[in-house]
Structure formats: C-alpha cells, structure tokens
Design a protein around this ligand. Structure first.
Ligand code: FMN
Ligand code: ADP
Length: 270
C-alpha cells in the first residue's frame, strides 16, 4: 500500500493569523524532497482556503480521507484537531475509522535527551544560534535554499558584493550576522551572511538573506545557493551611516576569515 503524507498550504495558522504564525523551517519543495528521501510515496498538499476551513470533521473524513484517498490506516498526532471549529479530534477519527473501515494510530513522540523533537524546539535552537542542537533535532544541518536575485547594487559601493538569496515573503527563524558556508554548483564556499530587514538601508520591512562568499569572484545571479549556518557573530543593527555599516561588515569579514582560517571547511554539504 502506498504511503501518503497529507499537508496544508498555507498552514492553518498562517491562514487564520498570518502575523503571529511561526516562521517556516523549510520551503514546500524542500519538504517534499525530504519526505521523498525518507521513502514516502506521495504527498497530498491541500490548499487551505475558506472552503477547506469550513468543512466539518465528518466532511473532511468523507471527502478527503475516504473518497479521495481510500485510506486504510491513518497515523496522526494524538493532539491533532481538524475540521470546522476544530471539532474533530483523535477519538473522533477512531470512531470514523470504525464506521468507514480504516485503522487509526497515534504517532509516537520522538524525544532527544528527554526533549520532545518539534518545529518549536528547532525554532528555539535557531533563535539561540545553537546550530549543533538544531542539527541534532533535524537530523541534518539547518539550511536555507534559494535563487540569487538582483539587489539594490549598494553592496558593491560598500566594497562587499553580497548575493541576495530569494526568500519570497517567507518569515525566517533567524536574524543577525552569521558565519555560513554556501553551496553553489556543487562547490562549497566559506562566507558571512546577514539575515534580517537591513534597517540601515531602510528596506520594505521584509526579510533578506545577503551572503558574501570569501575568496569568490564571479556572477551568481539566477543560481541556486544553499546556505548552511554555523555561528552567530552579532545582531543586525541600525547604523547611523553607510560608512559605519561598511566598517561593521569589514569587521564581520575579518572575524569570518579568522574563523575559517582556524577551522577550514572540510565537511561538504550533501
Ligand atoms: C556581513 C554583513 C553584515 C551586515 N550587517 C548589517 C547590519 O547590521 N545592519 C544593516 O542594516 N544591514 C546589514 N547588512 C546588509 C547590508 O545592508 C546589505 O548587504 C546592503 O544593503 C547591500 O544590499 P544590496 O545587495 O541589495 O545592494 C549586512 C551585510 C553583510 C554582508
Ligand atoms: N564573493 C562574492 N560573494 C557574493 N556575491 C558575489 C561575490 N563576488 C561576486 N558576486 C556577485 O555580486 C552580486 C552581488 O553584488 P551587489 O553589488 O551586492 O549586487 P546586488 O545588489 O544585485 O545584490 C552577487 O549576486 C554575485 O553575482
């Protein structure tokens, strides 16, 4: 029997309360690739819209699980709530399973050192710049992938070209200046990155990821960059002038050079 993971896009919290919804840890395409690598046969991505949000728990089970998927066995968190006004719960699903002929089982909680592994834990680890813990919780290093877009062409004046990685309008779980490594076209480069709203140059308030690769020269526009975070250098700051920003970036690059000189990049990205 093929396995199928059912996900929502956007996530219900993003639909109901976009301002307070938590930051995403992965893009949809990364999520699908990670599930495929775990041996999942199919992913059903349901568009979470007004119509879906109005389905009753019964309608959800009948139209999506029974008629749509022909579910035989359902694995779900025991605290999962679904259907209009969150009226469907684990007991409801067990009951529906008896009526429609499928079995229901609670997914086991995965723990690490007594800690429940969850997206919230990963976000907390990232916010605390504990990348080793984030990696243990995720089972892989935390990475952000995206295409290199054209920016405001300011960085060249600042003396530091920075590849502007497309985040679309994603909310990101990190903010500040970091030591990073970045993979492009199968090669890994040590670098330094700023992720945030760039208060000094007053952008539109949306998050940007700007990566400067040490010892790289060339054109990256349109290429896909995979950025891996290693260590936080400082918080993002609002500087009084572009000169002050330039000195801070120069100091960040010096710190990054010292770090990568002491600890050369050996581990290549998968
Ligand atoms: C290492 C590094 C640190 C940065 N730190 C800050 C910062 O603290 N505050 C800020 O407003 N912008 C910071 N920036 C972002 C710059 O404002 C941004 O790279 C610059 O605006 C260039 O934009 P552009 O590529 O769109 O031309 C930093 C950039 C880098 C590469
Ligand atoms: N060492 C480097 N690190 C990052 N980008 C570089 C580097 N060397 C050249 N580039 C190129 O410079 C571009 C960034 O220059 P920048 O002046 O910041 O322009 P933009 O405002 O369009 O981002 C990158 O997208 C890439 O094509």
């Amino acid at each position: 029997m093929p396995s199928c993971v059912v996900i929502f896009e956007p996530q219900p919290r993003e639909y109901f309360a976009p301002q307070s919804a938590p930051a995403r840890l992965a893009r949809l395409r990364d999520k699908v690739a990670l599930l495929a690598a775990e041996g999942v046969d199919r992913v059903l991505c349901l568009a979470f819209n007004q119509r879906l949000s109005k389905l009753s728990a019964d309608e959800f089970v009948e139209t999506i699980l029974v008629d749509g998927l022909g579910v035989k066995h359902l694995e779900v968190g025991d605290d999962f709530r679904f259907g209009c006004d969150r009226l469907g719960d684990f007991a409801f699903l067990q009951n529906a399973g008896q009526r429609h002929g499928f079995t229901v089982e609670a997914a086991q909680t995965v723990e690490l050192d007594g800690l429940r592994v969850s997206s919230t834990q990963v976000r907390d680890a990232l916010a605390a710049a504990d990348f080793a813990l984030a990696e243990r919780l995720l089972g892989r290093p935390f990475r952000i992938r995206g295409r290199v877009l054209h920016g405001q062409k300011l960085a060249r004046q600042l003396g530091t070209p920075t590849a502007n990685v497309q985040l679309k309008r994603r909310r990101v779980p990190l903010s500040g200046v970091y030591l990073v490594s970045a993979q492009v076209d199968g090669k890994v480069w040590p670098g330094v990155a700023n992720i945030g709203v760039r208060p000094t140059v007053a952008g539109d308030g949306s998050a940007h990821l700007e990566v400067h690769l040490l010892d790289f020269a060339g054109d990256l526009y349109g290429r896909r960059l995979t950025v891996e975070f290693h260590h936080k250098l400082r918080d993002e700051q609002r500087f009084a002038s572009l000169e002050a920003l330039k000195s801070a970036i120069d100091a960040d690059i010096a710190a990054a050079r010292a770090h990568w000189h002491a600890q050369p990049l050996t581990k290549s990205l998968k």
